[in-house]
Design a protein around this ligand. Sequence first.
Ligand code: DGY
Length: 323
Amino acid sequence: MTNTDKPVVWIPRTLSANTLKRARNHYTVVFDPADEPASAAQIIEHSQRVDAIIPCHSEVFSADVVEQLDTRLKIIANHSVGVDHCDLDALKRRGIVVTNTPDVLSDATAEIAMLLLLGAARRAPEGDGLVRTGQWTSWSPSFMVGQQVTGKRIGIIGMGKVGQVMARRARGFDMQVHYHNRRRLSADEEMGAVYHESLDTLLPVSEFLSLHCPATDQTRGLMNTQTLAQLPKGAILVNTARGALVDEPALLAAIECGQLAAAGLDCFATEPGGNADFSKHQNIFMLPHIGSATFDTRDAMGFRALDNLDAYFAGHEPGDRLV
Ligand code: DGY
């Protein structure tokens, strides 16, 4: 195959070096190391000269953008498991294939969820700040007392791959796992976790609550004034899924009145940037959407996206095809 026969693939963000290397072996790669999120205009313009795109969740394929995509673009092989940045109905109508990268980021994301859970419970941001700024000047048995994690109840909303890994990590801390999911897991998958058909029974038993469901029309604003009030007083909320799942003013109010003892957040309504009002509260432990950001996982995500592209261009069904 000559260079000109190769499908042209646009990679808008800086994927791992191994991913870029492998992509260049098989495709003519359009890549800008500036590593800026692509605008709607750039997406539409590039669609005229590429056969495929490997975007991240930072590239938004709204219905309006999708309508203006050139017929040359055949496949969007997302470098993400979440696809709320893609209007799947609009893409389906245009006949553009869409894939994602499930499974390969479950361990890394559950690690960050556990880090946030532990850090929020044991006041990590506050403690780190004291030592770091030279303000740790005394010690007492009443100093920096936090919530114990071991043996507590955790509620998990969304028992897909990440939720199931989170449940396993929580069991490592002897936590009792309760969950809500669209479908009940098999007994093997459940591993003793207690299924709740409705949030109405899950929330009141969740001393810790970890969100692992996608952002959809059904889940946007899932944690709001009403649902936060259903948690036991002093509960701790962890979100490594999507910012859209949480009504941020309601979360702030729940922190301020003590309904929530703490929160651990890797996702925000506004990204990048986060929520400046949260910064006033030491008991909100925040990270900048780095759930899947490990070297191993970045390679695995890139390779999974390329596996999907390779299958498509070889005339096979991509393993992670969504539409
Ligand atoms: C995902 O894969 O959805 C992560 O949030 C990173 O994009």
